[in-house]
Design a binder for this molecule. Structure first.
Ligand code: BF8
Ligand code: SF4
Length: 655
């Protein structure tokens, strides 16, 4: 290959705002786009998962000459261990987030978190009821304490009892399957510790046993995520439809612009609240006011509950700083590129870290505490106002790109919308539409951005094509970020991209719900929240299974992570498969070095759990494979229903 051909173009995005900022700064300030090019070519051993660094004799790389590690580990052991350690990394990150939510409740009960309280009693009642707790004779605080106790138990138990959050959110057939396959997690922390122990040098070398432990850990991940979402809703409110805007054009040259970035809503919720109170302080500093906006999943959290505009998603997180108009970027945990600090030093942006275990050298640090949450939030906003005073107004150059966004579709909000067209059995609105052929199924867009593929392109292409083919689309995380930034999360996109069936389905919902939408209409892509909220979409899948009276592997529901990047995406994908969902990943993970492990992911998983992975990097080909997966399920469902009717028997439980 000639040198010329090997060159990678760093303009690896289709986001017009990102491209504009990148082009204006090219060569001067480095971003991930440039670093990706410098990193080429990347190591193929790592890419295939056949590099082992688990003990200090390594790295052991599998080659034709050396077909086993120094200890004798086969490639299948090395690949399986690497894979399940990635699942454990993701689970640990979600557990970190979820544990923080639980810890905040602990502090509340002890009177050490005065700024937090129960915001959504109905959600508390719903969660308690699901967990089998009676409300009788209990105050809300008592009930919350009981929920908290169960959450602590699900996190720490050493006994064989299944995690309650898992057991109570899946159809019984799934639990039977998990019990049979011995993948029921004892608790979140136990699963993490078990996997690290099991993958230590010289412990488990059986790839299937290792993978099953990985799946147990993935189910622990699901448990931790569901707990995090439930507690967030109880403390901050369950999202309802809300309309705002997205992409870098949401910054305003004469405002104090603050981006909240990361994942944890505990501080960002407070920042958004105090920013509303501190408008006068900003005005005294010469600004017109304060504008908060979000990046990554902290952004999704405050978008869903407070209608805070979306600034950008993961891959372009350094670029808003390069506009010269961003006064502060407040970060908590996860998916924060250390690179933001170096860029901020060329401008007037203050990077403010807020968590004791997530610091960046050179950044400001305002340590968040539950006890002084509002006070800390004020401190952060004040730093942003100070930065605004020093900003050179002539240098702010904001791309004129933004789109209307309607978000806020929690499982409960979806239920309310559907209830209006199908009273008493809301989910039937979807199952009927699939049964009649109006909808071809449901697809969840989840996951990140990854420079291995063009930023935002796979998301946007697959969304448009599935919509054209009448697939109902829900989204979370940075996939939802793409849809928001590129104008796919509003009513105009329905007109432009939806096939006739999907259009009719959405319009029927619009007509029945006009009172709830503040004069707006429903979007093409329904935003279900941050990555941790992927469990909301599983609640939807589970409700579909219950409505049809089948196990999840018969439900025409597909998950897709076209631009997956993080270990969290690996753990989410793994629980999706274990819970029975076909899961497309648009960036082939590091498993191809073992035909056995790859085969388990793509085929054996289907035989055992009903869910399976589809690796497909080409977005066009991915559309075909996703539609096939949906069609196969709808067809089987129809055939099984016809057989049950004809012979007056129960609906077959197999898939
Ligand atoms: O948890 S989608 S890049 S921000 S990991 Fe990260 Fe991926 Fe974005 Fe949210 Ni999820
Ligand atoms: Fe090599 Fe085995 Fe050590 Fe891995 S555990 S680095 S394969 S010797």
């Amino acid at each position: 290959m000639s040198e010329e051909k090997k060159k990678v173009d760093p303009r690896r995005t289709i986001d017009p705002a990102a491209l504009e900022v990148y082009d204006k700064n090219q060569g001067e300030k480095e971003s991930a786009y440039d670093r990706y090019v410098k990193m080429q070519p990347q190591c193929n051993f790592g890419r295939q998962g056949i590099c082992c660094r688990i003990c200090l004799q390594g790295p052991c790389r599998i080659t034709k000459k050396a077909d086993k590690g120094i200890c004798g580990a086969h490639p299948y052991t090395i690949v399986a261990r690497n894979l399940i350690r990635a699942i454990t990394g993701g689970t640990s990150a979600h557990a970190d987030h979820s544990r923080h939510m639980i810890y905040t409740l602990t502090e509340m009960f002890e009177g050490n978190a005065p700024d937090y309280s129960i915001e959504d009693n109905e959600k508390l009642y719903g969660v308690a009821e699901r967990l089998g707790m009676s409300r009788e004779g209990k105050s809300d605080d008592d009930l919350l304490k009981e929920v908290w106790k169960q959450a602590v138990e699900d996190f720490t138990s050493l006994t064989g009892d299944p995690c309650k959050w898992l057991e109570t959110t899946v159809v019984p057939e799934r639990m039977e399957k998990f019990n049979k396959c011995n993948v029921v997690p004892r608790s979140v922390h136990t699963s993490i510790a078990e996997t690290m122990g099991q993958t230590h040098m010289g412990v488990d070398s059986d790839p299937v046993n290792l993978i099953f432990q990985g799946l147990r850990t993935a189910l622990a991940d699901y448990t931790a995520m569901h707990i995090a979402t439930d507690i967030s809703d109880i403390l901050f409110g369950t999202p309802k439809p809300v309309t705002t805007e997205a992409n870098m054009g949401v910054m305003e040259p004469e405002m104090v612009n603050i981006a909240v970035h990361g994942h944890n809503p505990l501080l960002s919720e407070m920042i958004v609240r105090v920013a509303k109170e501190m408008q006068d302080e900003a005005k005294e500093a010469g600004a017109k006011g304060i504008k908060c906006m979000g990046i990554c999943c902290t952004g999704n959290e405050v978008l869903m509950r407070q209608g805070v505009p979306v600034l950008t998603n993961f891959l372009s997180q350094e670029l808003p700083i390069m506009t010269g108009a961003l006064d502060a970027m407040v970060v908590d945990v996860q998916c924060i590129m250390p690179g933001v600090q170096a860029v901020s030093e060329c401008y007037n942006t203050r990077i403010i870290t807020t968590m004791s275990h997530s610091k960046i050298p050179g950044a400001y640090h305002v340590e968040f505490t539950e006890e002084h949450a509002m006070e800390k939030a004020r401190e952060v906003v004040r730093l942003a106002i100070e930065a605004y005073k020093e900003r050179d107004p002539g240098k702010a150059d904001i791309p004129d790109v933004k789109h209307k966004v309607t978000a806020g579709f929690s499982f409960e909000a979806m239920g309310e919308l559907l209830e209006a067209v199908s009273p008493g059995a809301p989910i039937k609105a979807i199952t009927d539409a699939v049964d009649s052929g109006q909808l071809r199924g449901v697809a969840l867009f989840a996951g990140c951005n990854n420079l291995r593929v063009m930023h935002d392109e796979s998301h946007s292409h697959i969304i448009k094509e599935l919509a054209k083919n009448n697939v109902l689309i829900v989204a979370t995380g940075c996939a939802a970020g793409t849809a928001a930034k590129l104008g796919l999360m509003n009513e105009d996109a329905v007109e432009k991209y939806a096939g006739d069936g999907l259009k009719d389905f959405i319009n029927k919902l619009n007509d029945a719900n006009s009172d709830k939408l503040d004069g707006n209409k429903l979007p093409l892509v329904f935003h279900m929240g941050s990555c941790v909220d992927n469990t909301r979409s599983y609640d939807l899948t589970n409700a579909l299974a219950e409505q049809w009276g089948v196990d999840v592997p018969k439900v025409p529901f597909v998950a897709t992570a076209p631009e997956a990047m993080s270990e969290k995406a690996v753990s989410i994908g793994s629980w999706c498969v274990t819970l029975g969902i076909p899961t497309h990943v648009g960036v082939v993970p590091e498993v191809t070095g073992s035909a056995l492990v790859n085969g388990v992911a793509m085929q054996i998983a289907q035989d055992v759990y009903g869910g399976y992975f589809i690796w497909e990097e080409d977005p066009e080909a991915a559309v075909g494979k996703i539609l096939n997966a949906l069609d196969e399920r709808s067809w089987k469902l129809k055939v099984h229903k016809q057989v049950a009717e004809k012979f007056e028997t129960e609906l077959s439980k197999t898939w």
